[in-house]
Design a binder for this molecule. Structure first.
Ligand code: ASP
Ligand code: MG
Length: 425
């Protein structure tokens, strides 16, 4: 079985929502099989199923046990796989659906946020050897220690797909979704947002971390670590979509590739003791509570023996656990929380070699009367925390200023360069 023959295709929730959608996905899977590929398809739960299951849990209990939550949530993906197998049978092909556990997805035991430790793909391989199309329930696995069912965190089916692609030695992992690919900004906010033919892993990581929702952050990380190309495309229309690939495969780029945005929550600790070890205790407590921290800002107090202020942002959903984790520490005078702040970011690998990007970002926000509350940068990203209500205005202004729109692009790539990024002007 030559590795290059294997293709992993992942279908998101909207791509399997209605019976017709399931049949459409089945049709795409069968078409790949007809082209001679060995196909493993990873499916998400149908439509809003996972949200409904979460609601269902809270209708019964205010504090559902994480282990049972995983038992419940893992059912959504199983439904999709069983139904899609039936649709494939009707097209005259042999298909088998597997749960994450049956597919050999071994994880750690952190329920609702488990990490994949190993993929023991022998059952998938033998099914492929028997000329079956294999459907794997995304977003779930089994704990190697407790043997309990686990889930991988929201959007986790992308990670399942990439992990299986890596384990099988597949060259590419196709992510079918309800958008045409990765855009230069959210097309719902920016009407002339451009479909990006290529994005580097690095850029995609920054974009996923700063609000682009197309691909789950962890799946991109996993793909980069294992050298799996990701192809993001629409399951509703044909088109090349976006290819996520390593930096050395991309060419010179303009300074900014995309503008992303997100809503987060903010925590500020005021009157924090200015002595060694305090930040370690704050973020240690948050890590123990499994809270992902995004931006962190702290400054040395202006005068000696004064206290410091420390602010950081988290996912709105983690605000409760964050406050609780810090409440017991007793190292600051006050903990203030802001349930809703906006974050707008510009991302681009070309930023490294183009000076003045930060200055442009700040000037554009200033010219639009948008106050910047926090700033954080990486070598290829500049993020600003702003009033959440100002997000649409900020995204549009930055997208325009960096000339990212369909109308602002000079030429598409030169002929014959079909699989190569365009050269920077
Ligand atoms: N069904 C899960 C979710 O909605 C996992 C996924 O779609 O990837 O988050
Ligand atoms: Mg989903």
């Amino acid at each position: 079985m030559a590795a290059s023959e294997i293709v992993v295709m992942k279908f998101g929730g909207t791509s399997v929502a209605e019976p017709d959608d399931i049949r459409r996905a089945a049709g795409r899977i069968v078409a790949a099989r007809q082209e001679g590929k060995l196909v493993v398809a990873v499916l998400s739960a149908r439509g809003k199923t996972t949200d409904d299951l979460v609601d269902m849990a809270y209708e019964v209990s205010d504090t559902p046990a994480a282990r049972e939550m995983d038992m419940l949530l893992s059912t959504g993906e199983r439904i999709s796989c069983a139904l899609c197998a039936m649709a494939i049978h009707d097209l005259g092909y042999n298909a088998i659906s597997l749960t994450g556990s049956q597919a050999g997805i071994v994880t750690d035991s952190s329920h609702t946020k488990a990490r994949i430790l190993d993929v023991r793909a022998d059952r998938i391989r033998s099914a492929l050897d028997e000329d079956r199309i294999v459907l794997v329930a995304g977003f779930q696995g089994v704990s190697g220690d407790s043997r309990d069912v686990t889930t991988l965190g929201r959007g986790g089916s992308d990670t399942t797909a990439v992990a299986i692609a890596a384990a099988l030695g597949a060259e590419v992992c196709q992510i079918y979704t309800d958008v045409r690919g990765v855009f230069s900004a959210d097309p719902r906010l920016v009407s002339n947002a451009r479909l990006l033919p290529f994005v580097s892993f690095e850029e995609m990581l920054e974009m996923a971390a700063s609000g682009a929702r197309v691909l789950q952050l962890r799946s991109v990380e996993y793909a980069r670590n294992h050298g799996i190309r990701m192809e993001c495309r629409s399951s509703f229309e044909d088109g090349p979509g976006t290819l996520v690939l390593s930096e050395q495969d991309t060419m010179e780029r303009p300074s900014v590739t995309a503008v992303t945005h997100a809503e987060e929550a903010r925590v500020t600790l005021t009157g924090l003791r200015d002595e060694p070890g305090i930040a370690g205790r704050v973020f240690g407590a948050l890590a123990d509570a499994n809270v992902n921290v995004d931006m962190i800002i702290q400054n040395e107090p202006v005068s000696a023996d004064a206290t410091a202020d420390l602010s950081f942002t988290v996912d709105a959903g983690d605000l409760g656990s964050a406050s609780q984790a810090l409440g017991g520490l007793d190292i600051s005078e006050r903990i203030e929380t802001d349930e809703r702040v906006g974050k707008v970011s510009v991302v681009g690998a070309g930023m490294r070699s183009h000076p003045g990007v930060a200055a442009t970002v700040f000037r554009v926000l200033g010219d639009n009367g948008i106050n910047i509350e926090m700033i954080a940068t990486s070598p290829i990203k500049i993020s600003c925390v702003i009033d959440a209500d100002k997000i649409p205005e900020a995204v549009r202004a930055l997208h325009e200023a960096f000339e990212l729109g369909t109308d602002a692009i000079l030429e598409e790539e030169p002929t014959g360069a079909e699989h190569r990024p365009r050269v920077a002007p």
